[in-house]
Design a binder for this molecule. Structure first.
Ligand code: AMP
Ligand code: MG
Length: 354
């Protein structure tokens, strides 16, 4: 069995200079038209939440930009410590341990993530469900002991997957999973949430031109210092590391991508990836990659995961109805399609098929 976990943002979102592809993020600022000039700072590739993070800040001296990056990393570590399924003592583990038993007092960050995720789950008709954990666990994506479960096993955990059985109480700062055996997995939303909070923090600190790229969740503050927009490469889902099929310009906004190429294993010639249809407990079919652009990061992150499940038509409709989100989606035949408003709202060019 072969397991692949791409270094998501390394091969997934690629920055360019104004005209040429220069490769991965941490090289781009050095090779961009701004070059090595003063006022261009790149964090290089950092690791958090089991994925890659890089932050580019323009317009500040190195010392100030580095302090901003350090503050951002501190915030991400805090969000990770609260929401991870792998960090002992995280709020998520405490909530899971008390499923069906009692409400757990948690950090307001966790309440906010649960409440906003639940609202989006409703909008997505349950295609996004942050109680998907028992399914993810069965397929071995947590302990990396990958397996294809028997139908009976899947059927037995499906009743545990239901975001409506999560009670969040903002007044008392508590969360409770109502059924024993339920478990939270905030993996489909944590990166988008973190990018939103990091962009907020950087703006508060006076940053006016920055790009935050966190494992496929991207946030832009302003554009580049030379007045040009940030340019984001859209990965070819069947290409090699660094291969892209298009580019999207971004200023003051958010982009999130999901796909069947990010984490998967292969068995008997079939690809089994890390996103599941909460209705079936199996990988959805029909979409292999989606990139969502829009005005808020958490919602873009959720939508990108949900569109993998919803399929091209319903996914496109849901994204547009969610308030200003546009998408480009690649179906399993390799055909690329756009939401109707994408080209009016963004400068984007993508090959018509892969
Ligand atoms: P993303 O990379 O943002 O698309 O999120 C994928 C991650 O979200 C997976 O690794 C799982 O932890 C989790 N996940 C998988 N399927 C779903 C789903 N249908 N709804 C919510 N979270 C999911
Ligand atoms: Mg997501």
């Amino acid at each position: 069995m072969k397991y692949v976990k791409s270094l998501a943002s390394i091969i997934f979102i690629v920055l360019f200079s104004a005209l040429t592809v220069v490769g991965i993020v941490y090289l781009s600022s050095r090779n961009s038209s701004v070059g090595d000039s003063e006022g261009v700072y790149s964090s290089g590739i950092l690791f958090a939440m089991d994925t890659t993070l890089d932050i580019t800040i323009h317009g500040l001296d190195e010392k100030a930009a580095k302090a901003d990056v350090d503050a951002a990393v501190g915030l991400i570590k805090r969000i990770e410590a609260l929401t991870s399924r792998f960090e002992a003592d995280s709020d998520v583990l405490k909530i899971n341990a008390n499923a069906g038993r009692g409400a757990v007092v948690v950090d307001p960050i966790v309440i906010e993530m649960v409440e906003r995720s639940a609202a989006m789950s409703g909008i997505c008709n349950g295609a996004f469900d942050f109680t998907i954990a028992p399914v993810v666990s069965l397929w071995g994506f947590y302990n990396k002991e990958f397996r294809v479960p028997a139908s009976g096993e899947i059927d037995s955990v499906l009743p545990l997957v239901d975001y409506r059985q999560v009670a969040a109480d903002k007044g008392n700062n508590t969360v409770m999973l109502l059924k024993p055996g339920m478990e939270l997995d905030l993996g489909g939303v944590a990166k988008g949430y973190a990018v939103e909070k990091v962009c907020g923090l950087l703006k508060e600190r006076g940053v006016e031109n920055a790009l935050v790229n966190f494992g496929g969740a991207v946030g832009a503050i302003g554009g580049r210092i030379d007045g040009e927009p940030w340019v984001i490469g859209i990965k070819d889902p069947r290409g090699g590391a660094g291969d892209i099929i298009g580019r999207l310009e971004l200023e003051d906004g958010y982009v999130s991508s999901s796909g069947d190429y990010e984490r998967y294993f292969e068995k008997d010639g079939l690809r089994y990836f890390h996103i599941f249809d909460p209705g079936t407990g199996r990988q959805p079919e029909g979409v292999i990659a989606v990139t969502v652009a829009g005005p808020s990061s958490l919602e873009a992150d959720i939508l990108s995961t949900a569109v993998m499940v919803l399929g091209v038509e319903e996914g496109t409709r849901t994204a547009e109805e969610s308030g200003g989100f546009e998408l480009v989606v690649i179906d399993s035949s390799g055909t690329v399609s756009y939401s109707p408003g994408m080209k009016n709202n963004y400068s984007i060019t993508v090959d018509s098929r892969i």
